[in-house]
Write a protein that binds this ligand. Structure first.
Ligand SMILES: Cc1cc2nc3c(=O)[nH]c(=O)nc-3n(C[C@H](O)[C@H](O)[C@H](O)COP(=O)(O)OP(=O)(O)OC[C@H]3O[C@@H](n4cnc5c(N)ncnc54)[C@H](O)[C@@H]3O)c2cc1C
Length: 507
């Protein structure tokens, strides 16, 4: 039985039935056999062909190169980095040196528990355990091997303790750029403007290469020339999620219409995931698509407000402008908060005083938000109420109540975690932003085992095919916690690169 679940005779019967011609088996070392059965003329080759140049693809490339494999990195956009390079630079790790220095007690077991709880226990146990257990190792690899500097440990809703390590400038670019530099030192440049459109298998179902549109221009779907790249050992799919793929996301969650913006880069579409499914890959939980509850309707894409809002949870309240009251646990996970905001039906307000804003928020994000108008400054709470049309008296009473909660250090209303250094908000200036969810992360994707091999419809690995990062499913279950995507991508990208390099070359 082959990796596609078909033996040779069945495969021939199937391709013959579709009227397609099989290439002679004698020529297969030099040629490939497309899923349609046609003979393939290779124009390039590598041991490992990696699709996508985000955290997962670059981590895989670095590990595979260290193991002596020749790699090619294929990227459809004009610049490398995908969502990873625009990411917020927060990486979750449990039990790190930096946490210990800050007096934070944590463990992989607690991180696992948090990820499972948020994921509604839909997480694939062995995959989520691997990420939690290897989180510190991954962080140290990024610090020591890649050379990224982390400056502090932040809290994100849904975690039990602060555990997201913030890269120096609060951007995934702090990780991606040195990874690109390291690869360049090894003679590897990301091959941009090349879009993978198809996986090529041989007659046993082993993935032996890819079809790529060379000189592809994103957005011009008729651009590019087909080129076939032979992968002597393996293909690694690291093409990210599909948050910007309107058609695909609406099939899995029809509520996610074009009325909702996305935080993602424009190339976050699902064709690579579908190409894998076309050759029999198994998918999981594609309808668990996360909305970022901390996004602002007053700026495009990710913007500055997520850093403002997420750093304020546990220090400052979120208000329903219709009632002037709080409505949710601000330190709840992303789904809990996004659902509550959507139910209100209009943007909600996160409001803070100078102390919380200056203490918590990354200065560049804070200044950026003030500059583009998505964060506003007010001298008094009365002005906040007037600007956002919030009923004044209930709002002032709610702020008083919030202050008493902060003084007590305990929230009996919604169970929000109140941080020990939080202070009551009494004097201006005050800062506020409107929040409305945006499509942010695809928890679902390809099913992979702990070696990052892609699993087929017969529950077997597809020979020669690996995947890592947001294109895969299973790690996060129903809800991904903040900072855990970077960890997932680094842990599994490295494994995919190491394991693919061990494959025996087929030619
Ligand atoms: C704005 C933003 C902020 C975030 N902040 C954080 C954070 O602070 N912490 C955290 O843990 N997570 C965060 N996330 C989530 C995290 O960044 C992503 O899950 C992660 O970057 C995904 O990495 P990846 O390598 O799987 O994919 P990506 O980084 O998206 O890379 C995939 C690449 O594949 C390319 N590609 C796609 N299709 C093809 C094709 N057909 N042919 C060739 N190339 C293709 C894409 O163009 C892209 O460059 C954030 C996400 C966003 C959008």
């Amino acid at each position: 039985m082959s990796a596609t679940g078909m033996n040779r005779r069945e495969f021939i019967k199937k391709t013959a039935a579709t009227g397609l011609v099989l290439a002679g088996t004698a020529t297969l070392a030099g040629c490939g056999l497309g899923s349609g059965g046609e003979s393939i003329k290779w124009s390039e080759e590598a041991d490992i062909v990696i699709i996508g140049s985000g955290f997962a693809g670059l981590a895989a490339a670095l590990e595979a190169t260290e193991a002596g494999a020749k790699v090619k990195i294929i990227e459809k956009m004009p610049t490398p980095g995908g969502n990873s390079i625009i990411n917020g630079g927060d990486m979750a790790a449990a039990g790190s040196k930096m946490q210990a220095e800050m007096g934070i007690e944590d463990s992989p077991e607690l991180m696992l528990e948090d990820m499972l709880k948020a994921g509604l226990y839909l997480n694939h146990p062995e995959k989520v355990k691997l990420v939690a257990e290897r989180s510190v190792e991954a962080l140290e690899w990024v610090m020591n091997y890649v050379g990224t500097k982390f400056v502090t440990v932040n809290y994100h809703g849904g975690h039990s303790v602060p555990r997201t390590h913030q890269a120096e400038t609060g951007s995934g670019g702090d990780i991606v750029r040195p990874m690109l530099d390291k690869l360049k030192e090894k003679g590897i440049e990301v091959e941009t403007n090349r879009k993978m459109v198809r996986l090529i298998q041989n007659e046993e179902g082993r993935v032996i290469g890819v079809e790529v549109l060379d000189k592809y221009k994103f957005g011009q779907e008729d651009s590019g020339t087909p080129v076939f790249i032979k992968a002597k050992k393996a293909v690694i799919l690291a093409a990210g999620g599909f948050s910007q793929d309107l058609q695909m996301r609406m099939i899995h969650d029809p509520k996610l219409t074009d009325k909702l913006d996305s935080t993602n880069h424009l190339g976050a579409t699902g064709e690579v995931l579908r190409a894998a499914m076309k050759i029999g890959a198994m998918d999981v939980q594609l309808d668990w698509i996360q909305l970022g509850p901390w996004a602002s309707p007053d700026e495009k894409g990710f913007g500055y407000v997520p850093h403002f809002c997420e750093r304020l949870v546990g220090y400052a309240p979120m208000i329903n402008p219709k009632t002037g009251k709080r409505f949710i646990n601000e330190t709840g996970n992303r789904k809990v908060r996004a659902d509550a905001i959507l139910e209100i039906g209009e943007p909600v307000i996160h409001v803070a005083d100078e102390y919380a804003a200056r203490k918590q928020v990354i200065p560049s994000s804070f200044e950026g938000g003030l500059r583009n108008g998505s964060i506003k400054q007010f001298d008094t709470l009365e002005q906040v109420a007037e600007h956002y049309n919030i009923p004044l008296q209930p709002f002032l009473e709610e702020i008083q109540r919030w202050n008493s909660i902060v003084e007590k250090g305990q929230d009996d209303d919604f169970g929000c975690m109140i941080f020990p250094d939080a202070k009551p908000m009494t004097t201006g200036p005050f800062y506020a932003a409107r929040l409305w969810p945006k499509v942010h992360h695809c928890m679902g994707g390809l099913v992979t085992n702990t070696q990052c091999q892609v699993i087929n419809q017969d529950f077997e690995p597809i020979k020669g095919l690996y995947a890592a990062g947001e294109i895969t499913g299973g790690v996060h279950g129903a809800v991904r916690l903040g900072g855990c995507a970077v960890t997932d991508c680094i842990v599994n990208g490295r494994i995919a690169g190491q394991e693919a390099a061990k494959e025996e070359a087929w030619s």
